[in-house]
Write a protein that binds this ligand. Structure first.
Ligand code: SF4
Length: 428
């Protein structure tokens, strides 16, 4: 049995659920606008119009400019001083900008009006604006709205509110039919890998939300079984449940163990035998184990702290501890949704220091005291920690990189090994 097998076997036997320390205080994390960067890449015929300030425009430009190279399908309708004169002006300005975008971009089939923090925007009723614009441009484009304001959302919640706004638009799955709905943005290449595995397992039809084209929305209904690919989609999951879907309880498809557990949840729901699951997954698991072996050598025994940021902290900590041999010093997450995290919590060490929420100064003090080999945190905290001689990993990279599934397990581990290797080289 390989080291990873032994760790997985140990884990399956369960470790007990750790206690959660709750912390409230100042937080430092991106707002939900950041989600537009990966959502606009996924939904290829959607346009995201941020109704916001120059700060919002700068955030999007810098996040998107640094992280991606693509024809932009997002913009900011900046409210100018003159717009403050009255809401009627704001609405007229919005209608003008939308008409302009649609004229320039005939390929756009869904337009999201994205709300932000400035008080002038909060006063605007974007729901009503979306209804009005949908009517005006009926047959040409669907207009939806959601708020990604920093007062209400952290950066991965941007995807949750966007998908929640899409949920009422999903067509109805016919009574008596069943389907698997995979929810959460995945790079196309990873989506294709999962689609092949589900096909080989005889599970189907399989749909993905968000879809690549907004005109091809997946159906949902009483026969829908939902597998979440991302752990930050609580509101979307509940909106789908309200439409009759059943949420499958599973770990997240990160690392070999998480991916196998995730596939098993679908296999069990479709009555696929353990033997068939083993046959279909044997080759990708063997590949993943070969790839992980080298990364495990670099990571085993290294101490890691997660500051709360992406909501991916818990499944990734589970992967790094159980498959890469890392020692978890503290794992903090902005929110802990027990319904969505139950399977993951069972796989964490029972004595783990697990924190929900943030009091940034107190957390930084603990990092300074613990001096872990690696701290996973937001961009704003990374530089000061590096200046103090602590190695860091930007959590935002985790949502921009293909990390799900067997074939990405080694790449996921490498994201954490890289700063350690670089740190060791700098020391030499
Ligand atoms: Fe815009 Fe508010 Fe986000 Fe700042 S926090 S970029 S003002 S939405």
């Amino acid at each position: 049995m390989s080291g990873a097998d032994a760790q997985r076997r140990a884990g399956v036997e369960g470790c007990g659920v750790p206690n959660v320390n709750r912390e409230r205080g100042q937080r430092q994390v991106f707002c939900g606008l950041a989600g537009i960067v990966w959502l606009h890449r996924k939904i290829q015929d959607a346009f995201f119009l941020v109704v916001g300030s120059r700060t919002c425009a700068h955030l999007l430009q810098s996040a998107a400019g640094v992280m991606i190279f693509a024809e932009p399908r997002f913009a900011t309708a900046i409210l100018q001083e003159r717009d403050l004169a009255g809401l009627a002006d704001c609405n007229q300005e919005l209608d003008r900008v939308v008409a302009d975008v649609l004229e320039r971009r005939p390929d756009i089939k869904t337009l999201f009006l994205v709300g932000s923090c400035p008080s002038e925007v909060i006063k605007l009723d974007l729901g009503k604006a979306a209804e009005r614009l949908s009517e005006t441009h009926q047959g040409r484009v669907r207009v939806l709205d959601y708020s990604a304001s920093g007062l209400e959302t952290t950066f991965t919640q941007g995807e949750d509110v966007c998908l929640t706004s899409l949920t009422p638009q999903l067509p109805v799955l016919a009574e008596g039919e069943s389907s698997l709905l995979v929810v959460g943005t995945l790079p196309d290449v990873v989506e294709d890998q999962f689609a092949r595995i589900f096909r080989d397992l005889g599970i189907g039809p399989v749909h993905f939300l968000p879809p690549r084209q907004s005109t091809e929305l997946p159906p949902v209904g009483n026969g829908s079984r939902v597998l979440l690919a991302q752990p930050f989609l609580g509101e979307t999951a509940r909106a789908l449940q309200k439409r009759g879907a059943t949420l499958l309880d599973a770990p997240y498809p990160l690392g070999i163990e998480g991916t196998l557990g995730w596939l098993k949840a679908a296999a069990d729901a479709w009555g696929v035998s353990e033997e068939r699951l083993r046959e279909v997954t044997a080759a990708p698991i063997a590949r993943a184990e070969r790839g992980l072996a080298r990364q495990r050598e670099l990571l085993a025994g290294k101490r890691i702290t997660f500051l709360p940021d992406s909501q991916l902290e818990i499944p990734i900590a589970r992967f790094l501890a159980r498959e890469c041999g890392m020692e978890l010093v503290e794992v903090a997450t902005p929110f802990l949704d027990r319904q969505l995290m139950e399977s993951e919590l069972q796989l964490l060490p029972s004595d783990l220091r697990l924190t929900e929420g943030q009091d940034v100064e107190r957390q930084l003090d603990r990092v300074r005291e613990d001096r872990p080999d690696l701290t996973v945190c937001g961009l704003g905290l990374a530089n000061p920690l590096e200046a103090e001689g602590l190695r860091t990993k930007w959590s935002i990279e985790l949502v921009f990189s293909p990390i799900h599934g067997f074939d990405q397990a080694a790449d996921l581990a490498e994201l954490f090994a890289r700063p350690l290797v670089r740190g060791a080289l700098l020391q030499v």
